[in-house]
Write a protein that binds this ligand. Structure first.
Ligand code: GLA
Length: 731
């Protein structure tokens, strides 16, 4: 074991990555205390910051006897329980059969392993013995015989540490887990800012940075999805931290359902962060021998600002979270018919769009919603995954053969977790949806959530979908999810297990997705939940890309894609050129600008290609050609946010640099033109200062230092929303 050590003299555990270090210690009364997370501090054990004083109203455990300075209420801990004198937010809460809920989690033992631990039925980072090491620390509640295994995955090269928790009931009585966070992080007196990503449908992942305040602040979702409203990725950073300087910590939950991230600044100015499944409507009954595993949190630390933090997450996801073969290989560039036709199409219209796509150099035609059952509006048909041959005459195999025949791949939209009341499935199995007895259902988009906790429901739906997929050559799937989970009650579970429904629902979804990717290993799989309602690390374990937002407006997308880039690789963001005036905002932007914005993602088109003018067709051809030439930068390069759309109303600029620093592209949008304009400069990043770079458009050659230190002027154009495009190659 090279990166995880245990000092038997001092009882200190140290986890080390190339640029970070994490320490904890077993102290008095077998208490596992958190010591440090941050920059590498060599072999110093950071025990000197723990100073015990007698604190009023902070009680002392019985074992402490007359020592009134030992209190769990003020000690930094690794994983704290309720009911033992720590009044802050805690990691775990459980109820015992006698109605009591105390947990005294004490250190018992540890184990180290080569390679990364895995979690049953849950997405998580993977790592071979060469890539990762695992530490497992066992905490123990002596009265209930509950064992709590703290799992740590250490990825030295990636600068990432993962955490998860396995809870095992070794007692004779049933224990009900009411709160089981995936991790806890305690910081000493340190004034920090909290960065999070809030939003709404069509405006996801807006960045907000606020100073932490005393008391508890949180972001969460109770919608059964990770949600449009708050993303399960957060950052804590020093007040002075910027894109390029300063300390920051990122926490990403690898889970797509209800979650809560709470941060408390306590009476001693200490900060505690917990992250995991939301305790709302959550209770897991563990009988003797039962085990519960929490989802994983991926943690990273950067001492070089937010940009470096993003690079860590981007690299980690691309190498050890996303499993698809497409993660680092060119993806087929697609045209999706949704904004072109909505529900109103027939097989000929679809073929004509595909043909127009082929003509401009596209690779894949995606048939979106409306191809199945009686799905002619969003009031009907969900649950009936049978091709609607009134619309697609001759059936899907014939259409797919025609499309394949002109050299285009074919992809399909599905929404497996839902049912319409007006569907054969609902008429046959009204009890297959989530529904609270005697209460009216809460509808949303006029659809209901299927009871995905039930195996027969999952099998039925996937059986139907597999039948369609097996009947023709489907090379891409878009899995959608268009409402929050509600009416949370499963007819198949007893009253005392209803608190498990939300989590069992997620396990069911993950099982269905696993079946899909195992059965079709070459499939290009895109996730979606009304755009970015389930844009999380959990989903990326199954699909290399997620439809970033239902908002395709190039200007709004600047904020959405900027916010998303903090925690997620650019190559995971589905981004399409759509028609103007834009369907969501009514705004008109130049075709070129729409191309530039969509190229900062997984590029595609979503409009009626038959209606493009000859000039637009030519522009589209160029965009596709150029994207293919530079896609490797988006997929494997480093991304730099040169300006923030939340601070700069005049222009937004970003940059990609290849890992070998030989190529770079700089793209963006001039938002507002002014008369008698200023000359705006931007300063590039990530280049080799001593090397020469050629501006491929003008032929001018600069040193990397010149581009980074002196900057380059942005184009002076006419009109608003003009595109910015530079391409540099090292000489
Ligand atoms: C969701 C998706 C869209 C589209 C529609 C179809 O809103 O995000 O891209 O697929 O559903 O109903």
């Amino acid at each position: 074991m090279k990166y995880i050590t245990y000092n038997e003299k001092t009882n200190v555990f140290s986890l080390r990555t190339n640029h970070s270090m994490y320490q904890m210690q077993v102290r008095e009364h077998d208490t596992l205390v958190h010591l440090y997370y941050g920059a590498n501090v060599g072999d110093t054990e950071i025990t000197h910051r723990i100073i015990s004083l007698d604190r009023g109203f902070s009680g002392n455990p019985y074992e402490a006897g007359e020592d009134r300075t030992f209190s769990l209420d003020v000690l930094p801990q690794e994983y704290s329980g309720y009911g033992n004198g720590d009044y802050r937010i805690n990691s775990m809460e459980a109820q015992h059969e006698d109605g009591s809920d105390a947990l005294h989690l004490r250190y018992e033992c540890y184990k180290m392993m080569e390679g990364k631990y895995s979690l049953k039925g849950l997405p998580a980072m993977f790592g071979s013995a060469e890539e990762a090491e695992t530490l497992e620390i066992v905490l123990y509640d002596r009265i209930s015989n509950l064992k709590v295994h703290l799992l740590y995955g250490v990825f030295p090269e990636l600068d990432v540490i993962t955490r998860a928790v396995r809870i095992e009931n070794q007692g004779e009585k049933t224990v009900t887990i009411q709160r089981a966070m995936s991790m806890e992080m305690d910081y000493p007196n340190k004034h920090m800012d909290f960065i999070h990503f809030y939003g709404r449908h069509t405006m996801e992942r807006m960045m907000e940075r606020l100073p932490l305040h005393h008391g508890v602040q949180s972001v969460e979702s109770k919608r059964g999805t990770s949600s449009h409203q708050h993303n399960p990725f957060v950052i804590l950073c020093d007040k002075a931290t910027t894109e390029t300087h300063g300390d920051c910590y990122g926490f990403a939950l690898v889970y797509s359902g209800n979650y809560k991230c709470e941060i408390e600044v306590d009476q001693m100015e200490q900060t505690r962060l917990t992250m995991g499944i939301h305790p709302y409507h959550f209770s897991i009954r563990l009988n003797t021998g039962d085990v519960f595993e929490t989802p994983e949190v991926i943690m990273a630390y950067s001492d070089a600002g937010l940009e470096r933090l993003s690079h860590i997450f981007h690299d980690a996801y691309r190498s050890n979270l996303i499993r698809s073969k497409y993660v680092n290989t060119p993806r087929p560039i697609l045209v999706n018919n949704w904004e072109a036709t909505y529900f109103n199409f027939d097989e000929e219209k679809l073929f004509q769009i595909a043909k127009a796509g082929k003509d401009i150099g596209l690779d894949l035609f995606v048939l979106d919603d409306g191809w199945f059952g009686k799905r002619n509006s969003d009031y009907t048909g969900l649950g009936d995954w049978v091709v609607n041959e009134d619309k697609i005459k001759g059936g899907l195999p014939k259409l797919v053969e025609r499309i394949n025949g002109i050299g285009m791949k074919f992809g399909l939209w599905i929404e497996p977790e839902m049912v319409s009341e007006d569907s054969d499935l609902y008429r046959e199995h009204p009890d297959w949806c989530l529904r609270i007895p005697q209460r009216h259902m809460n509808r949303s988009r006029h659809q209901l959530n299927l009871d995905i906790t039930r195996k027969e429901v999952r099998d039925h739906i996937m059986g139907q979908i597999f039948k369609v997929m097996d009947s023709c050559n489907v090379e891409y799937i878009k899995w959608d999810m268009n409402r929050s989970v509600d009416n949370v009650y499963s007819m198949a579970l007893p009253a005392e297990r209803q608190g498990e429904v939300f989590h069992r629902y997620m396990l069911g979804v993950y099982e269905m997705m696993e079946q899909l990717v195992q059965r079709y290993p070459d499939l290009l799989f895109e996730n979606c939940s009304g755009g970015g309602g389930r844009f999380d690390a959990g989903m990326l374990y199954y699909s290399p890309q997620i439809w970033c937002s239902d908002n395709t407006d190039a200007v709004d997308r600047l904020k959405i894609q900027y916010g998303t880039s903090f925690g997620y690789p650019i190559s995971t963001m589905g981004a399409h050129v759509s028609v103007c005036p834009n369907h969501q905002t009514g705004r008109s932007t130049p075709f070129e600008t729409r191309g530039v914005v969509a190229s900062a993602g997984t590029f595609g088109f979503e409009l009626d290609l038959e209606k493009l003018t000859p000039e637009e067709k030519e522009l589209a051809r160029r965009q596709i050609r150029e994207y293919k030439e530079t896609e490797h930068l988006v997929q494997t390069g480093d991304y730099y946010r040169l300006t923030s759309p939340f601070k700069n109303n005049d222009y937004v600029v970003w940059q990609f640099v290849s890992k070998d620093k030989k190529e770079s592209i700089v793209n963006g949008v001039m938002l507002r033109n002014e008369a008698n304009p200023h000359i705006h400069l931007i300063w590039l990043r990530g280049l080799e200062p001593d090397q020469y770079y050629k501006d491929m458009a003008s032929g001018a050659v600069y040193t990397g230092a010149a581009l980074m230190k002196a900057g380059i002027p942005l184009p002076v154009g006419i009109g608003d929303y003009q595109p910015i495009t530079f391409r540099f190659e090292r000489q």
